[in-house]
Design a protein around this ligand. Structure first.
Ligand code: AHM
Ligand code: MG
Length: 332
């Protein structure tokens, strides 16, 4: 495609008749992702690809890039007057924007660098974000005002830092994919409406936790790996990168199913992934692209959060597969 024909993010937002205030918020998020992509690429040169000596609210050891990316997001989103506050995987409490306009109504929840255990192996990682709109007073934002059902999201997306940097975005109408031109430092539209195929022959789950799976998940995976002579009558393939952004992006490209289910080990009843900035935005994207998003027993987006960093079991992907697994949960 000729450069002159390319539609950048700003033009796309305009063509979608996206609210100007929301467009400005999304542009600030995109700018953060462009900056993080640059810092991720430079990490081996800067000596920032390793661990830090700190832990986050979940008790996980932070990587240096977790902290750097978090700082970039907070600094950049502070420049957007429409953002009243942010919630980050790396910060225990809600952070109010001291520079927000009086009527700022957005809260952005984000995981600044998802899959960061992959940094040292130079595998794909990403940033996940969700935009919520406050329905009460927009000054003195509290954590309670952010604890909204995931169905209230007005936009969600992720940036995937792989061989190319991609931005996948929805405002609820469709899911659009943009690629970063690193020379121009701008995102350009490469696909206006991605759809997740209804059927699949690929699954993504961490098999090392098999002994902790529910009977429904165990049956589903056993049936998949039984191949052409098993109940599914076909051969399935397995992929697991350890980076949700990369594994979910594969759903948009090839279909499939991604699971981080409830585990019977101590502390595993809600899986691992966090609702506000991992499960909910991915569920919004996947469902907007025609896929399914369930915990196994209920739609991810029907959960009313009680805590900023609460976890939720996650089953995402091709609609028929998610329904099959949900039916297995209800039958067991
Ligand atoms: P993170 O936010 O600390 O990076 O953790 C989330 C990541 C997901 O990207 C990925 O699906 C999952 O953790 C992998 O976890 P596990 O190592 O238990 O398989
Ligand atoms: Mg994460």
């Amino acid at each position: 495609m000729e450069k002159t024909e390319r539609e950048d993010l700003a033009a796309w937002l305009k063509s979608q008749a996206a609210d100007v205030v929301l467009s400005d918020c999304l542009q600030h998020i995109a700018t953060s992702c462009i900056r993080i992509a640059h810092l991720v690429a430079r990490a081996p040169l800067e000596g920032t690809a390793g661990s830090s000596d700190t832990t986050n609210i979940q008790g996980e050891t932070q990587k240096q890039l977790d902290i750097i990316s978090n700082d970039v997001m907070i600094e950049q989103l502070r420049l957007c007057p429409h953002i009243a506050a942010v919630v980050s995987e790396e910060v225990p409490d809600l952070i109010a924007n001291p520079d927000a306009a009086e009527n700022a109504s957005f809260v952005v929840c984000f995981d600044p660098l998802d899959g960061s255990s992959n940094i040292e192996t130079n595998a794909a990682i990403g940033t996940i974000f969700s935009v919520l709109e406050l329905d009460g007073p927009t000054t003195d934002v509290t954590a309670e005002s952010v604890l909204q059902s995931a169905s209230n999201q007005i936009a969600a997306g992720y940036a995937l830092y792989g061989p190319s940097t991609l931005l996948v975005l929805t405002t609820g109408k469709s899911v659009a994919v943009f690629a970063l031109d690193p020379d121009e430092k701008r995102f350009f539209l490469i696909e206006a409406k991605v759809q997740i195929p209804e059927q699949t022959s690929e699954f993504a789950i961490n098999m090392a936790y098999q002994r902790f799976w529910s009977p429904a998940v165990a049956t589903y995976i056993e049936d998949c790996i039984s191949g052409e002579t098993g109940p599914r009558g076909k051969i399935f393939n397995m992929r697991w990168t350890g980076s949700m952004v990369a594994d979910v992006h594969r759903l948009f490209v090839r279909g499939g199913i991604f699971l981080y289910p409830a585990l019977s080990r101590p502390g595993g009843a809600q899986g691992k992934l966090r609702l506000l900035y991992e499960a909910a935005p991915m569920a919004f994207l996947v469902e907007t692209a025609g896929g399914g998003a369930s915990t196994g027993t209920r739609p991810v987006r029907s959960i009313e959060p009680e805590k900023l960093h609460q976890r939720a079991p996650v089953i995402l992907g091709s609609k028929e597969e998610v329904e099959l697994l949900t039916n297995l949960h209800h039958a067991s």
